[in-house]
Design a protein around this ligand. Structure first.
Ligand SMILES: Nc1nc2c(c(=O)[nH]1)N[C@H]1C(S)=C(S)[C@@H](COP(=O)(O)OP(=O)(O)OC[C@H]3O[C@@H](n4cnc5c(N)ncnc54)[C@H](O)[C@@H]3O)O[C@H]1N2
Ligand code: MOO
Length: 428
């Protein structure tokens, strides 16, 4: 039996050739566009390094509401011997660049350009009086009771990023601060990777659309929703088309209709050892291989490049296929172990794996020694790991109550309270 790591490497290699790798599209960073098309903005990955088209800040500006001063004017200032300066006309954020005369104090607001000739700002609370005068043309003085260092409360041009510097690097998953800094430098759009398009086919004669009237023996389709959510969360474009049949012909017909428009086909269910296994039956002859991975849940897996015949006499298309087992926990754990890292790699993301942490187990439990087990769990307030539910792969509600997947490696048959194990956080 192959190991979880070997299988992951094969799945990553399989998706290496997915068409979206390297393809870019321009994404507007306009707030109006974002609000109008929110679906375009989730989990976007930068396709190239971005060079800053301008500096941030663009000019020296004030960090405080107060007075712009020449620091040498206040060199002798002390509580006992304050220095009085003549109050100059006020400058607000948005006002143009001004000049500052020695011996004066220029009232300045946060974000306003520091006038040429001033080299420091004193916040209004440290001035005497500690409030602004009306800007009414009357000549007044303001006193300062302490010296100030050059540059105090001046936000220097380029102190955040300089024009021509690397603003963001390829593979960055764009979040609020990234969009903000791109817009702040004046860029109107960014090149992002095209989304990987996934056809998601949950299979089985028993599955029905939630909300429909169930006949005895039928169940609601949980996998389409779970896997669609998982794929959307990593930035894929998903086409969920269930095959509610165990007949290979039905699955082949569905694939003939849908395969050409996607980069990857993910099937769920129909891969184990039943009398009829729709995915094995339909895709085995097209080039997909089925095997057992030494993991639990998620043992039965399939993958390969399928040559899918086109509908209505159209030419066949070759598409990578990943076939996950149908038990809902097995499908989601397989997503975490294989699909997620492979798709993030194919999408060009810089971070492709869950953060691996180590924790102390709160309770004893057994594990099948020939399998790498992934148990669902929680991190308690004291940092210890608590399992949620048993190992069975139908316990989707237990999975929903979990925030971590705990790794129990091959070779371990029992775990004692106090043992340390690796785990992935899956709640992010
Ligand atoms: N004789 C053997 N039987 C089984 C083996 C084996 O090695 N030998 N492996 C077991 C393991 S492990 C798994 S995992 C499953 C995988 O089975 P399939 O991939 O063929 O999946 P199905 O049989 O179609 O379904 C399994 C289970 O999950 C339910 N299911 C399927 N689709 C959905 C859905 N969309 N929403 C909710 N639930 C779904 C289905 O009704 C079954 O209960 O095989 C074991 N058997
Ligand atoms: O491997 Mo299956 O996924 O145990 O239920």
């Amino acid at each position: 039996m192959r190991t979880i790591e070997e299988h992951r490497r094969e799945i990553i290699a399989l998706l290496g050739g997915v068409a979206a790798t390297g393809e870019a599209e321009e994404l507007s960073v306009s707030a109006t566009e974002m609000a109008a098309h929110p679906e375009r903005y989730a989990q976007r990955i930068l396709a190239t390094d971005l060079i800053a088209p301008s500096s941030l800040p663009a000019f020296d500006n004030s960090q405080m509401d107060g007075y712009a001063v020449l620091s040498s004017d206040l060199a002798t200032a002390s509580t006992d011997a304050p220095v009085a300066l003549t109050v100059a006309p006020r400058i607000a954020a948005g006002d143009t660049f001004g000049t500052h005369a020695p011996g004066t104090a220029t009232p300045i607001m946060t974000g306003a350009p520091v006038p040429e000739g001033a080299d420091a700002v004193v916040q209004i609370e440290r001035a005497d009086p500690p409030a602004f005068f009306d800007d009414d043309g009357v000549t007044r003085t303001v006193a300062f009771g302490e010296a100030v260092p050059t540059g105090q409360f001046v936000r220097a041009a380029g102190s955040d990023v300089g024009e021509g510097d690397v603003l963001l690097t390829v593979g960055t998953v764009l979040g609020p601060a990234h969009f903000g800094v791109i817009a702040g430098t004046g860029a109107t759009s960014v090149p992002v990777r095209r989304r990987v398009r996934v056809l998601l086919v949950s299979t089985g004669h028993e599955i029905r659309e939630p909300g429909s009237a169930l006949e005895p023996g039928q169940i609601f389709d949980a996998n389409s929703s779970a896997l669609t959510a998982a794929l959307l969360a990593i930035g894929c474009a998903v086409t969920p088309v269930p095959c509610r049949s165990d007949d290979a012909e039905d699955l082949l017909e569905l694939l003939a209709q849908e395969a050409a428009a996607v980069d990857l086909i993910v099937t769920v269910g129909g891969v184990s050892a039943g009398a009829r296994e729709v995915v094995r039956d339909a895709l085995g002859p097209l080039g997909v291989e089925f095997m057992k991975v030494a993991m639990q849940p998620g043992g039965p897996q399939g993958f390969g490049i399928a040559s899918v015949p086109g509908a209505g006499g159209r030419a066949s298309v070759d598409r990578p296929v990943i076939s996950l087992p149908g038990n809902p926990v097995s499908a989601l754990v397989s997503f975490e172990a294989f699909l997620r890292p492979a798709l993030l790699t194919a999408s060009g993301a810089r971070t492709t794996s869950r953060e691996l942490r180590r924790g102390v187990v709160a309770e004893a439990f057994d594990s099948p020694p020939n399998h790498h087990q992934l148990r669902r769990g929680l991190v308690r307030g004291d940092g210890t790991l608590e399992l949620v539910g048993g190992p069975s792969s139908h316990l989707l509600h237990s999975y929903a109550g979990s925030t971590v997947l705990v790794h129990v490696p091959v070779g371990v048959s029992s775990v004692s309270a106090g043992d340390e194990l690796d785990y992935w956080r899956i709640d992010g």
